[in-house]
Design a protein around this ligand. Structure first.
Ligand SMILES: NC(=O)c1ccc[n+]([C@@H]2O[C@H](COP(=O)([O-])OP(=O)(O)OC[C@H]3O[C@@H](n4cnc5c(N)ncnc54)[C@H](O)[C@@H]3O)[C@@H](O)[C@H]2O)c1
Length: 262
């Protein structure tokens, strides 16, 4: 007589379940969509962003717990704040598996009138922050076969008018991704980058145009199929961060709805 197995087959384990993730920019737009998807897929997320109250409200919406305090408010342009954010994550959750550098800022300006301070601000949030966080996180990521996903932009692979600092920082972020990938190629650490095209987020909704801009130049970076939803780009980021992407290391992925195709 054949024996019948009455035990229910186990559901396949999500490749993100149980991971600890530090997500910057989690209060808004793409970072929030990434934090939400990681949480839904069973990861523990520490959200990092500049504005504490917006971050607290985003994280409690995501987890459905009004008293949720899985967040760390920090200006990622400060190396001390970045080190503190990583230390807080490790102290609280016992380690770190995923560093997702999403926070960024983009202000349109005539390059000939950019001040030293504005130039430094562009680099601080879009480039220095991801480096400071990576530097602090790498020893912990190495302990747990962890990985880093950097959010660059199509401005990291092509020029955009009135965006010299932003473009320079995003190109450099891709360089940082590749440099780390080569340096740690003998270890288990993975490092990748995603380059989104235009998305419906507060960053785009808040664009203001300096006087005298040539809108034909501005429209050169407009998406031919319109703006994407941040959730669609978040899915790619979460895939790269998951163990399903174990073979993907040192690569740069466009998610631009065809913008750079030609
Ligand atoms: N929205 C787009 O069309 C678009 C296109 C390409 C790339 N991107 C990139 O996607 C990422 C997310 O952008 P978004 O559209 O969701 O923007 P957003 O303005 O909605 O969110 C930006 C997030 O970054 C955080 N942030 C900004 N400056 C910070 C600082 N100094 N310290 C800590 N946190 C800071 C904010 O608090 C917020 O959480 C950015 O890196 C941006 O460059 C966006």
């Amino acid at each position: 007589m054949p024996t019948v197995n009455h035990t229910r087959p186990e559901a396949p384990r999500d490749a993100l379940t149980g991971k600890v993730a530090l997500v910057t920019g989690a209060s808004s737009g793409l970072g929030r969509a990434v934090a939400e998807l990681l949480h839904r897929r069973g990861a523990t997320v520490l959200g990092v962003a500049r504005d504490a109250s917006a971050l607290a409200s985003a994280m409690s919406d995501i987890t459905g717990d009004p008293s949720d305090n899985r967040y760390f408010a920090a200006d990622i342009g400060s190396s001390e704040a970045c080190a503190d954010a990583v230390a807080a994550c490790v102290a609280r959750f016992g380690g770190l598996d995923l560093l997702i550098n999403v926070a960024g800022a983009h202000t349109l300006r005539h390059s000939h009138s950019v001040t030293d301070e504005e130039w430094a601000d562009d680099l601080a949030v879009n480039l220095n922050g991801p480096f400071y966080l990576s530097r602090a996180a790498i020893p912990h990521l190495l302990e747990r076969r962890g990985n880093i996903v950097n959010v660059a932009s199509i401005a990291g692979v092509q020029g955009q008018a009135y965006s010299a600092g932003y473009c320079a920082a995003k190109h450099a972020l891709i360089g940082l991704t590749r440099a780390l990938a080569v340096e740690y190629s003998g270890s288990t650490l993975r490092v990748n980058a995603v380059c989104p095209g235009g998305m419906t987020t507060p960053l785009v909704a808040g664009f203001t145009f300096p006087e005298g801009v040539d809108f034909d130049l501005v429209l050169r970076s407009a998406a031919p199929r319109g703006l994407m939803r941040p959730e669609d780009v978040a899915a790619l980021i979460c895939f790269l961060a998951s163990d399903d992407a174990a073979a993907i290391h040192g690569s740069v992925h466009l998610a631009d709805n065809g913008k750079t195709a030609g």
